[in-house]
Write a protein that binds this ligand. Structure first.
Ligand code: AMP
Length: 569
């Protein structure tokens, strides 16, 4: 706890970055008084963990291991290297790395500098990265050389070219691995330089816990994805409350299976929660169950986090290879709805307790508790992580609370839920109620115990096994095709992913084939997970009473594979 934290203001304009909306001072004061916000920055926290747990193993990646002291030292070196490069406190830096320990090193290096990591996903391509860089006004971009047969240096060259002359130019690209002839800075050069001497080299004021610490990407519902601002205070609490619920301690070993920059993997309680508890984070280089099982046995992993599509693969691989999973205390499953039937089979099949997690990068995280009865664990997605999380379940049409137990839209407010998107346009205000509740767009039922069951969605988003697709973003790209007059992206049930995107088009002249549509979208630099699995051309769209495309009807027709021609067919 930082003893000065009571004095830190938390209103807009108190940070070096005016682009984000902080909590009103009355709430901020309440969260501090309750001890939810401790006034520590992530740079301070790492230093303290190094003092407390110095020689313990913090991080494992293959046969490479970092003690807490080594991780702290690496953060100093990287921060110094970034400063030599010309990056400064408050600069935003897009971080796009696969699951490698260096993600954690550089994340803390940025924190020590007071710079702000922007979490991109490895699957993002030119359209997403250019948008993230422009919206955040990123001064830096960190990539791997190659991963999963994709050359990120080529992507970085494109984005760098586009952003070099912008008002807020992209000034530096750092490459983990071989920069080849890209002309970009090598990560090892940054890392291997002298560590900064904090007293003499740091001429910027130190960041405070009320400052912007990182930017997460929203799944998006309208237009292009938005950026979610998270402060040191709120994000540290996000991780700490999760660590408390999961009872993490120094003997815990967390396996990062899902993308490490994903909020679920990084802070629910994930990487940060494990480090806070003095435990060990093991990075899985790929999400395959065989890799996970090998690492669980080798490192005596105690907990990990999966998305629902991975669960059947775990079952199948377990039946084949019968790994020793006895070190696991629990496995979290979240980011999309886990079918009750799979949840019920989980523990009998794997012999490991299940924890369901339902949350959002915007804030609120719900967990089933480790001592909850089986029925709650198998049929609900948990209850809020903090006693200060405020929940309303309302009729989406008029915002009035529904009777207890009835389905309604979840609205939430609390000590780690945002009050506004970063540099948001006016349309983003619709995501919040006038009294500061975030409208999640999820339909839930709440039980008397406080547990929530996710029953559907009112937002125009497709959840492909945990990867979120904003329908309007892809529709915008589809409409750019010269033959397309109208476009709708709709989620259809999918055995593997739970839900998959399908595009319905009205075309002028001969319609493009599905393969042509997909190639067109790829050419526009769209990430592969957003590409429609199915493309259907119709003569006209079904319309609602107010003349909007009726996506419910389209989804029903697609699900029944009955898309035919015409609105009344
Ligand atoms: P993200 O911000 O990418 O984590 O996405 C958040 C959204 O994912 C939520 O608003 C939900 O729509 C969905 N989601 C996350 N976890 C679950 C879950 N356990 N069950 C159902 N939907 C979920």
């Amino acid at each position: 706890m930082n003893p000065d934290h009571e004095d830190q203001p938390a209103g807009p304009g108190t940070t070096v970055d005016p682009g984000w909306v902080a909590w009103p001072e009355t709430d901020a004061r309440r969260y501090r008084a309750a001890g939810f916000w401790t006034g520590d920055t992530f740079a301070d926290l790492l230093r303290r963990w190094a003092q407390q747990h110095g020689g313990r193993t913090a991080l494992v990646d293959g046969d490479r291991r970092w003690t807490y002291r080594q991780l702290d030292d690496a953060a100093d070196r990287i921060s110094a290297g970034l400063r030599r490069l010309g990056l400064r406190r408050g600069d935003r830096v897009v971080l796009q790395l696969p699951n490698r320990a260096e993600f954690v090193e550089i994340w803390f290096g940025l924190q020590r500098l007071g710079a702000v990591p922007v979490h991109a996903m490895p699957g993002h391509r030119r359209a997403e990265i250019a948008h993230l860089a422009a919206l955040s006004g990123a001064a830096g971009y960190v990539v791997a050389d190659r991963h999963a047969r994709f050359d990120y240096r080529t992507l970085a060259t494109q984005v760098y070219g586009e952003r070099r002359t912008a008002d807020e130019p992209l000034r530096h690209v750092v490459v983990l691995g071989d920069p080849a002839d890209s002309g970009f800075t090598s990560y090892s050069g940054l890392h291997d330089g002298p560590p900064e001497q904090p007293a003499t080299a740091d001429d910027d004021p130190r960041p405070t816990a009320a400052d912007l610490a990182l930017l997460l990407l929203s799944g998006g519902t309208t237009g292009l994805p938005k950026l979610i601002p998270r402060s040191h205070d709120d994000y540290a609490y996000n991780a700490r409350s999760g660590a408390e619920i999961c009872r993490l301690g120094p003997d815990d070993v967390y396996l990062a299976v899902l993308p490490i920059g994903f909020n679920f993997t990084f802070a629910c309680p994930g990487v940060l929660g494990t480090l806070m508890a003095g435990g060990t984070v093991v990075v899985a280089p790929n999400p395959s169950p065989a890799t996970a099982f090998r690492l669980i046995e080798q490192e005596r992993v105690t907990c990990t986090a999966l998305n629902p599509p991975l669960v059947p693969y775990w079952f199948a691989e377990y039946a084949d290879s019968r790994p020793d999973l006895s070190s696991l205390r629990f496995v979290q499953v979240g980011s999309a709805r886990l079918a009750d039937e799979l949840a019920r089979r989980f523990t009998p099949t794997l012999g490991v307790p299940l924890q369901q997690v339902y949350g959002m990068a915007e804030g609120l995280i719900n967990y089933t508790r480790l001592d909850d009865p089986d029925e709650l664990v198998c049929t609900t997605q948990g209850r809020p992580g903090s006693p200060a999380d405020e929940i309303r379940v309302v009729d989406p049409a008029d915002g009035r609370p529904v009777p207890p137990g009835e389905p309604g839209e979840l609205h939430t407010r609390g000590p780690y839920t945002l009050r506004g998107y970063y540099r948001a346009d006016a349309s983003a205000a619709a995501s919040f109620t006038p009294d500061g509740f975030y409208r999640t767009g999820d339909l839930v039922r709440q039980l008397p115990s406080g547990h929530l069951t996710v029953v559907g969605r009112v937002k125009d988003q497709i959840n492909r096994g945990g990867e979120k697709i904003a329908a309007t973003e892809v529709e915008g790209h589809l409409l750019a095709h010269p033959a397309v007059r109208q476009a709708a992206l709709v989620g259809v049930p999918d055995e593997q992913w739970g839900e998959a995107p399908a595009a319905v088009l009205v075309c002028a002249g001969p319609p493009p084939t599905a393969a042509e549509v997909v190639a067109f979208l790829r050419g526009r630099g769209l990430a592969a997970y957003k590409l429609p699995d199915r493309v259907e051309c119709v003569d006209a769209m079904p319309l609602t009473a107010v003349g909007k495309i009726d996506k419910k009807v389209l989804a029903q027709r697609l699900a029944a594979t009955m898309v035919t021609t015409g609105p009344d067919a």
